[in-house]
Design a protein around this ligand. Sequence first.
Ligand code: ATP
Ligand code: MG
Length: 320
Amino acid sequence: MASEVLASIPLTSLPRLSQGKVRDLFSLPEQDGEKPTLLFVTSDRISAYDVILKNGIPTKGAILTLLSAKWFQVLSDRVPGLKHHFLHLGPPATPGLLTADEQKMLRGRSMTVRRLKIFPIEAIGKLPLRGYVTGSAWGEYQKDQTIHTLPQPAGLAQCARLPQPIYTPSTKAELGDKDLNISPDQARAIVGDKYASRIEDLALACYKAGAAYAEERGIIIADTKFEFGLDEETDEIYLVDEVLTPDSSRFWSEADYQVGRDQDSFDKQVLRNWLTENGLKAKPDVEMPPEVVEKTKARYTDVFKRLTGVSLEDALNKLP
Ligand code: ATP
Ligand code: MG
């Protein structure tokens, strides 16, 4: 396994379409009669409070890619009619497409996906399955007894389960801007009536199915966000992007879960805490010390094993 930390993706054989906070997207040559595809490459970059840290987390790109691939399979099995962008791990096998070094660098961290038109909202079904009141939702609830403006029952304690999972969308901001929480009605206005309820239903169905699967493995998915895209030719909605990873979700250990207090999570919490304690929140060019890198890597690796049932090392060894 490459122990190198890849903060940027050294790939010049394909045109780079875009670079997000964590991923680089490359366009793949069009095949006759086939729909357009992308090479979706996950770096080891990590962001917190919408700022990318100077150094990365070793193996993070592979963890996010292989975990998302697992989820596409699980959700396909469990959500009737779900369409998603995942085609296969790695680049297409076309001879001469990439150099040997590029193929080696991409191992475990790339997948070939359908290229789609992305809806400008992210569907955050905060508090899936059982629904847990935490993070910014806890702040809003304490103030107004609402979550994303939706009224909630009185007397919920911190991190308590909600009666129903809620669809709590946000706008998808441009790089460098902060995503904004909005109400389901505002999402409807942005996406249009034609697609809004279908996205809402899909987001909730994916949440419920994902949360149930995770719960069988001792993990609570307190919240997460999904992205959806449109095949404009067929007018069909697809689940896209990364799915149910520690970057996009809040994972808690069922065994340690206790209502009435904050929970320790298997995600960027170590990093967020360190940034806050050191007054570095949202500051540019911050370098994480080795212990923050190690602890974050350990949490990501741990949740990967719990959710997929195999260690990251074994999963990487199984790749062609
Ligand atoms: P964050 O996840 O923190 O919001 P980001 O959105 O800037 O970061 P990345 O996750 O680094 O971006 O990169 C993924 C990008 O690829 C996103 O802009 C996402 O909308 C886009 N994307 C995902 N799936 C597809 C797809 N099938 N077709 C086209 N674009 C896609
Ligand atoms: Mg993203």
